[in-house]
Design a protein around this ligand. Structure first.
Ligand code: N01
Length: 548
């Protein structure tokens, strides 16, 4: 059995068909906080089932070189405990994956959560038993559990997308997906490395791999925009100020469009003359990070406004990258800036000025196969020792559909979502009573700073279950017509933005062959969404059926 993380205690295995008030799947940000509220606030008998051997969720699996958060540490964190906020000190502006794991272990230990987490346990199936009003779960190891409430805290980006490229099984070197990175790390010293994928992950990994490997070949399908992160240490003075102002910082994040505690400018780039516009973009570029999007109010709603940002970044790429041919290949042309989740980087474009880095455009010269010794495109063969797949995830629905979930009358979630995910508020699926999906499709989730979205969902679910227990209610289920209306509203919200213009975006499921193209997250804004959820609860949970 795997060793325990520091401070981890091993919970007893449950007896056959142990029954809980709630089973939570996943021990990342969402699962940990959900366990805490259900167990310690409501006094429920709750258990977390977690596939990994430690807490962390996305940060348990994503340990690839350069993996760090794109949101800033002081607000990519829990807000529910001022003690945690005051006791924990972040070392960098953007926390590295190991530091986030240490943070989550600190929280789990502080609240003694691990005694109710069963690690190394992957859930195979969950079926609703209507007669007993219970969810019956089976793990891959064959254990059975049942629970009144099933709460999925499986993350939006946890189901690795490994492209089906002919010949991979014959490759004689090593290959890895970034989202399943070996805990012991990978030594690239002296190796010829091929990196497929230039999303946020590939863009973080490329400079770090290039600095260590003998040679790095980046296989790019779609050129991407990226903004410099401007990472650095957080000094003691800054830390003191953050800790003194946490209440205001959190309030601002919760009241924002995407869970970030900063203001979005109120004007449009089209209101300014060119020198003033460029000066604004320069300042935003120098400050770095996802906040670049806040330089103007309408970058995601007005194509002409967006063009000015896209052109600014294209010009930056041409300035940074010395070889004009390579710069041209790296210049995004087929989608507006930020319609795919914008990466932030540390010397990504600069990496292509190194002698040991080659860029291959696999839209122009597609990969034909993986050979025993490398990758063959329509034009050339690239000898490799290691292949890194930074090819992303079967996002949002993938982790849920990986479990055989069945609601009323044996209806599988896969059938219910055959034309794309349909939820009410991203919290429940009609036909799946007492199942809650934390940051499920149809909620703001991945369009926000995740801990804000997670805390809002957990608090809502906890309040809902608390209400049910006080009222003696045993079952809550989304009404199909409420879900239909919500799905229509989710589409409407997406169509009011430029987001659907990115054809190959994972927001649309377009990165996974055969996946229905539906814009999955809710683009109407975090604060609006939270208000709507609060109204639903205040109106006696309108849109849900509650029963004894
Ligand atoms: O995945 P992606 P990611 N052949 O889907 C390419 C979050 N995140 O892991 O654009 C060749 O964005 C694909 O090409 P294309 C963040 O929300 C957060 O990078 O589809 N190439 C693309 O270039 C992010 O958005 C953080 O044409 C193939 C790349 O692989 C999300 O995770 C850090 C291919 C996949 O990009 C996902 O990012 C990192 C194929 N068959 C990620 N299939 C932090 O906050 C796909 N590609 C730290």
């Amino acid at each position: 059995m795997a060793s325990l993380a520091p401070g981890q205690s091993r919970p007893a295995a449950p007896s056959a068909a142990a029954t809980y008030d709630a089973v939570i799947i996943g021990a990342g940000f969402a699962g940990l906080y959900q366990l805490l509220t259900l167990r310690d606030k409501l006094g429920l008998k709750a258990r977390v089932l977690e596939a990994g051997d430690g807490v962390g969720g996305t940060w348990y699996w994503n340990r690839y070189p350069g993996a760090r958060c794109d949101s800033e540490s002081y607000y990519y964190s829990y807000s529910f405990s001022d003690e945690v906020q005051q006791e924990w000190s972040w070392s960098e502006r953007y926390p590295e994956h190991g530091e986030i794991r240490r943070y989550l272990n600190f929280v789990a230990d502080k609240f003694d959560l691990k005694r109710d987490i069963q690690f190394n346990t992957r859930v195979a199936s969950a079926e609703y038993d209507a007669a007993a009003n219970l969810w019956r779960l089976r793990t891959e190891a064959g254990e059975s559990l049942s629970a009144r409430f099933l709460i999925t805290a499986v993350g939006c980006l946890s189901s690795a997308n490994i492209p089906n490229i002919a010949g991979l099984e014959r490759f004689s070197g090593q290959w890895y997906h970034t989202g399943r990175w070996p805990q012991e790390g990978v030594d690239f010293t002296g190796k010829r490395v091929g990196l497929i994928g230039t999303g946020s992950t590939g863009i973080q990994a490329a400079p770090v791999i290039a600095a260590q490997a003998a040679h790095l070949t980046v296989f790019q399908r779609t050129a991407n925009y990226s903004i410099p992160a401007r990472n650095g240490p957080v000094g003691p003075e800054e830390l003191r100020e953050i800790k003194a102002n946490y209440a205001a910082i959190r309030e601002k994040a919760r009241g924002s469009t995407n869970g970030h505690p900063f203001d979005i400018a109120e004007d449009s780039p089209l209101d300014l003359d060119e020198p003033a516009r460029l000066a604004r973009y320069e300042a935003a570029w120098e400050r770095g990070g996802l906040r670049f999007r806040a330089a103007f109010r309408d970058l995601l709603t007005n194509k002409a406004a967006n063009d000015t940002a896209s052109d600014f970044i294209r010009a930056k790429i041409r300035t940074i990258v010395r070889d004009p041919r390579v710069a041209e290949m790296l210049t995004p042309k087929d989608h507006p800036f930020a319609t795919k989740r914008p990466p932030i980087d540390t010397e990504y474009f600069e990496t292509f000025n190194r002698d040991n880095v080659t860029l291959v455009d696999i839209k122009a010269t597609p990969i034909e196969s993986i050979t025993p010794t490398g990758i063959r495109t329509s034009e050339a063969e690239y000898p490799l020792d290691i292949i890194v797949f930074a090819t992303g995830f079967d996002a949002m629905t993938g982790p849920l559909l990986a479990i055989d979930i069945r609601g009323r009358d044996g209806l599988s979630l896969r059938e219910a979502w055959s034309a794309g995910p349909r939820t009410y508020l991203g919290l429940q699926v009609a036909g799946f009573p007492n199942m809650f999906t934390i940051t499920g499709p149809g909620s703001p989730s991945v369009l926000t700073n995740m801990p804000v979205a997670i805390e809002q969902h957990v608090d809502w679910i906890t309040a809902c279950i608390g209400h049910m227990r006080r009222q003696g209610l045993q079952r809550i289920e989304a009404r199909p017509e409420a879900a239909e209306r919500w799905v229509a509203h989710v589409n409407e919200a997406a169509n009011a933005t430029l987001l659907p213009l990115a054809n190959s975006s994972w927001y649309l499921g377009a990165n996974v062959p055969g996946k229905p193209r539906v814009f999955m997250p809710y683009a109407g804004g975090m604060a609006n969404y939270a208000r709507r959820c609060a109204e639903v609860a205040a109106n006696d949970y309108e849109g849900f059926v509650l029963a004894r």
